[in-house]
Design a protein around this ligand. Structure first.
Ligand code: SF4
Length: 272
């Protein structure tokens, strides 16, 4: 029998997914594709290698070996490739992301960016915040630096684009404020670091707690009300839920079945 596990908590990625297309959020859980999107494979391997380098002091060559090993654990037939990241360039792309990270971020990097030079080493990795007020929210940060001027939050990106939606960093800053790490006098500071292009996308403005809380509540309401309507957008051409989406099939059967099969699940450790 079909059951669709929906977490009771909200995370930044859920806020983005639900805002982009609520049907995709539900259908992806109800009918998981047989293949893993290549960006998941790449992102997981690169983040795991970077985290190991920071936490264990692993040297450069071993970090590159690690990311190659992690990619090699996937059967390429189980990966959904895309035009820019193909079967032939996946390993090189992953190694390239780690090389750029090392070059621009690591204290031994030859082209360390001034933004990192001013910070201490190592940053705190995978900082996790469970925030129960309002809808329960779980936030996990790639890197958190403590400075005399307040915290700096960094998110390493492995996608092909050099721009990401700032909402993710705003939610991170909201979490730092809720947990008392970012004080009212601290200026919001941080950036996305796009490892394919080597470009930083900084944020130094924050829309305010009320705006972010409204977004979190909106995501929570969508889930609780079961409003999983399809919302066509520029992701549709590569959406793996197309075979179940009424926009493409003209048939509501799969979406209706998924709606009826929702089962609420409490937070699991390491879930996001
Ligand atoms: S194909 Fe488009 S409208 Fe349909 S679920 Fe995917 S993203 Fe949503």
């Amino acid at each position: 029998m079909l059951t669709v596990d929906i977490p009771t908590h909200i995370s930044p990625s859920q806020v983005s997914q639900l805002a982009q297309c609520p049907a995709r959020y539900l259908l992806g859980r109800a009918y998981p594709p047989e293949t893993t999107p290549v960006w998941n494979v790449l992102g997981t391997a690169v983040h795991t290698a970077i985290q190991a380098a920071i936490e264990t002091g692993m040297p450069f060559d071993n970090t590159i070996d690690l990311v190659k090993t992690l990619i090699g654990e996937y059967d390429s037939a189980s990966i959904a490739f895309q035009t820019r990241t193909t079967k032939d360039n996946l390993v090189a792309t992953a190694a390239g992301c780690v090389e750029t990270w090392w070059d621009q971020v690591h204290p031994t990097g030859k082209n360390r960016l001034p933004e990192y030079e001013a910070l201490g080493w190592p940053p705190q990795t995978e900082s996790r915040f469970n925030l129960p007020g309002g809808p329960p929210v779980v936030v996990i940060l790639d890197a958190l630096y403590s400075t005399a001027f307040g915290p700096i939050v960094v998110d390493w990106k492995t996608g092909a684009r050099s721009r990401s939606r700032m909402l993710q960093l705003y939610i991170y800053w909201w979490a730092l404020r809720q947990s008392g790490i970012a004080k009212p006098e601290h200026r919001p500071r941080g950036w996305f670091h796009h490892l394919r292009s080597g470009k930083l996308q900084p944020f130094d403005w924050y829309p305010g707690d009320a705006v972010i809380q409204a977004q979190l509540w909106a995501a929570d309401r969508t889930k609780r009300a079961g409003h999983y309507d399809p919302q066509p957008n520029d992701f549709c051409p590569v959406c793996q839920s197309q075979p179940h989406c009424p926009i493409f099939t003209g048939d509501m059967t799969d979406l209706d079945a998924a709606r009826k099969a929702v089962r609420w699940v409490q937070l699991e450790r390491n879930a996001a």
